[in-house]
Design a protein around this ligand. Sequence first.
Ligand code: LLP
Length: 435
Amino acid sequence: MLKRLPLYPLTTEVNREGHLVIGGCDTVELADEFGTPLYIFDEAGLRNKCREFREEFGKRYPEVSVIYASKAYANAALERIFNEEGLGLDAVSEGELGIAMSAGFPMEKVYFHGNNKSQRELELALKWHVGRIVVDNFRELDMLEKLTEATGVKQDVLLRMTPGVDPHTHQYTSTGTLDSKFGFPLPLKERAVERAMKVRGLNVVGLHFHIGSLIYETEPYEEAIGFILKFAVEMRKKYGLELRELNTGGGFGVQYTLDKPAPPISFFAEKITSAIIRGCKKYKLELPKLVIEPGRSAVAKSAMALYAVGVVKEIPGVRTYASVDGGMADNIRPALYGAKLEAVLANRMRARDAGKVTISGKFCEMGDILIRDIVMPKLVSGDILAVAGAGAYSLPESMNYNAFYKPAVILVKDGRVRTIRRRETLEDITRCDIL
Ligand code: LLP
């Protein structure tokens, strides 16, 4: 199990009792005190990752903004940390904008995204003076035209383009191909620029693309950059578009399992920045400001999820299931994307492996499997499992199936613990029902 430790948050170690430790806190004690399932974020790891992004891109390119894609996990306490570390924020809904507001996040550093923004959401974005709206479609342009006319606001926008690039990731997280609900469709890209440039209340400061998520290659980014710079030159000639800002989205892959390493941030930074510098030279463009929008890669590794093992069911000659007290309701990624995860036995880190076991959840679905056939010590009821890479897209995609109470979330640092989201209760579950 010790060989899996590099998949865990930066400060993870094993203490003398053989317990897993994070941020100076014994996970067995944390499970005892806060209950399970429990999501634990490592503050040092989070801050370190923010700095890595800013440094790796910043040292290779003159002007860079790192925007945290808050869909990966929108939490006010974490957003304060991102602000302190100099990051901006990507929000895609009234709710995500509202969380940013509640964190006191500077709205001029917020990029408002979404493929079907409502009138009310656009009104809010204008009222709260978000830094950029990333326009996705013609209807949105129409709405923004009316709203800016009515309010007299002049709003900076980017236009989201579909570059027609396949990032070779799961179909559900591939967004930049021709057949995509996101962005202006390829055949209409020129009309989008022509139309947007005519809206008096909008200031088109640049272009955006986001080709997908959990991407392990850099070629798709380079291809998309080539596409967008060529397009930008044409649009400058035809409609006077000045590419002052280029937003290349997020999508950087992370390592969830030992057998699937991801390139380091420095590699993505090198390939992306050099592709822009090369392309701008070729097309005689001034270097635009570069904006990147990491979500997963900013937070995934800095959290682990603790579960308690309940029933261990051995089906002779078939399989052993160890059911934990969470599962698909707090982490739907394995069920939805076939995501692979790794786990360790937090209370017996030095125990010997005994064989394969399947980690199942407690929900009424056969697809409720967190990890299939992982090699582990023999599990017994009461064991504490720690799943790695739990920081992104687990909590925000969690649900109340079987009236599950969504887990508590804590932040640890130097032996200190802060609850950043309390566990739900029956009251939370029944609050919206009307008798
Ligand atoms: N920018 C835009 C416009 C996005 O739509 C996304 C993610 C990001 C940035 C951040 O991408 P990241 O760096 O996190 O890959 N639930 C899925 C992933 C959905 C990604 C949605 N958009 C999963 O668990 O794999």
